[in-house]
Design a protein around this ligand. Structure first.
Ligand SMILES: [Zn+2]
Length: 494
């Protein structure tokens, strides 16, 4: 995306307004006060329109009006309280942007009026993020020519931030990468193709790339990972390890991002029924969130070394596929009794986490579209988080509230292990009975996090939501990039 941002601290003149044909505006509620403090001619019209619609409260959806000027400037606007939550603000911003999407303008005017500087920056940030999320090009295979966003210029009035909203642009790039990879069909994004794309990105961003292919994983005795990959007709599964090393790094504070990258999940021998299988090309979204986060952090010149570990495989059916009752041995020697082949995510992640944590990072964040259980318990507007540092719960929630990508922690007490006790091996892969599979999956993963490495696991129940979520307009959300960048740059986890 090459979109330039122009910032002006003052309010637009009537001439400025007339010159731009598409506007997004957010005023302080109640609007008359905002008008007094600013005072450009068209505000009277905007206020009158609100009054016609009898909007006495703060807005949650945009008011839309065409101004009587030469361009018939199309304006979507709202009047809000500054106390609005980040999630609601981003949601409103998505709706304000949607009012212009059929027009596909090359330039957008943004106006924030009636707030103090901190509030104005926060509101402008939401608008910019929603605009960039909409403008990102997503893959399509339609023979009709795709309508690519023409947007090249954003003119922001009413606030000028010295940081130039660099973080919003970086996160937008990271999130667009995550979404576009996740949307790719499974015959287009095989592990082979995925690796090719990551190699290209590694070159562009100067990341060091290593690929632990199946023969290396055999040497590392990563039996849990290989149990899943052995069902594939092509031996192209493996773990990608990317390294970002900033020039001036804070020593010894390495962050590892780990992600589940199942390029298609049929369920394996325990084959999924049709309506649960459709959409399973997105079962690699966790790895794409890790990658998107790495990209955004790189663009922000993040001052800590970061590694990104992506566990790429397919969960296929076939004569070589693993099956229930198999007992396999993971790289750390743990023996696992297979219960259900559709619980493949925790299999590939267990070895990936064991190998990653051996390197003694100061923090591991892992992302996975892991369980239906998480979705059933918390829905698709939140993602679940799990950590071996219980004292982080409040900060994890706070990072979600502040970023607008909301998460909620689940318990991880030891007694949950009773439910995955095996008669024949060290542990069961999952339980046949349990309705708390998201917790059991996390308990299972935790045993592979070595050296007491501080660890946060995100079960991406909000990876896909019909109609979008917060500022994201597509069903595929790319949830987690904005959250993680916010979490790491603002150092929430002390
Ligand atoms: Zn599965």
């Amino acid at each position: 995306m090459s979109i330039t941002l122009q910032q002006k601290e003052n309010l637009p003149t009537e001439k400025n307004i007339d010159a731009i044909s598409n506007w997004l505006m957010i005023f302080a509620h109640p609007m008359p006060k905002a008008i007094k403090s600013s005072g450009f001619a068209y505000q009277e019209k905007l206020l009158k329109r609100r009054q016609e619609l009898d909007l006495k409260k703060a807005d949650t959806s945009p008011v839309i009006i065409d101004l009587p000027n030469k361009n018939s400037s199309h304006v979507s606007y709202a009047a809000i309280e500054a106390s609005i939550s980040s999630f609601e603000l981003l949601t409103l911003a998505r709706k304000l942007v949607a009012a212009h999407s059929s027009i596909n303008p090359a330039q957008l005017g943004l106006l924030v009026s009636g707030f103090n500087k901190v509030e104005s920056e926060r509101i402008a940030e939401a608008l910019i993020s929603a605009v960039l999320a909409r403008a990102a090009t997503m893959p399509t295979y339609k023979s009709d020519k795709q309508t690519v966003s023409r947007l090249s210029k954003l003119s922001l009035f009413g606030v000028r931030a010295s940081h130039g909203f660099k973080q919003s642009f970086a996160v937008a790039d990271g999130n667009a990468l995550t979404r576009s990879l996740s949307i790719l069909p499974p015959n287009k994004l095989t592990p082979t193709e995925y690796l090719k794309k990551v190699k290209e990105l590694a070159r562009e961003n100067k990341w060091k790339l290593e690929f632990y292919d199946e023969s290396i994983l055999k040497k590392k005795k990563a039996g849990a990972f290989l149990a899943v990959s052995q069902g594939s007709p092509k031996a192209d599964s493996g773990i990608i390890r990317l390294r970002y090393s900033p020039k001036k790094a804070t020593k010894g504070k390495k962050v590892f991002l780990v992600g589940k990258g199942i390029c298609y999940d049929t369920g394996g021998v325990n084959l999924k029924p049709a309506n649960y299988m459709y959409g399973m090309h997105e079962d690699m979204q966790g790895s794409a969130v890790a990658l998107g986060t790495l990209l955004a952090l790189t663009k922000m010149n993040f001052n800590r070394p970061v590694e990104c570990w992506m566990a790429l495989a397919m969960n296929h059916i076939g004569p070589k596929a693993y099956k229930p009752n198999d007992v396999i041995t993971a790289s750390d020697g743990t023996t696992i009794e297979i219960i259900h082949t559709d619980a493949e995510g925790r299999m590939v992640l267990s070895d990936t986490l064991a190998l990653a944590s051996k390197e003694k990072p100061s923090l591991i964040l892992d992302f996975a579209t892991l369980t239906g259980g998480c979705m059933y318990s918390i829905g698709t507007s939140y993602s679940g988080v799990f950590t071996n540092k219980k004292e982080w719960h409040a900060d994890l929630i706070k990072a979600g509230e502040d970023s607008g990508e909301r998460v909620w922690p689940f318990p991880l007490d030891e007694d949950f292990d009773e439910m995955i006790k095996s008669d024949i091996a060290d542990v069961k892969q999952c339980s046949q009975e349990s309705g708390v599979d998201h917790i059991l999956a996390s308990r299972f993963l935790q045993r592979f996090v070595k050296n007491d490495t501080p660890w946060v696991h995100m079960d991406l129940s909000s990876s896909n939501k019909k109609g979008g979520l917060a500022h994201i307009p597509t069903d595929t959300i790319g949830f987690g990039v904005r959250y993680s960048v916010n979490l790491l740059l603002n150092d929430y986890l002390k």
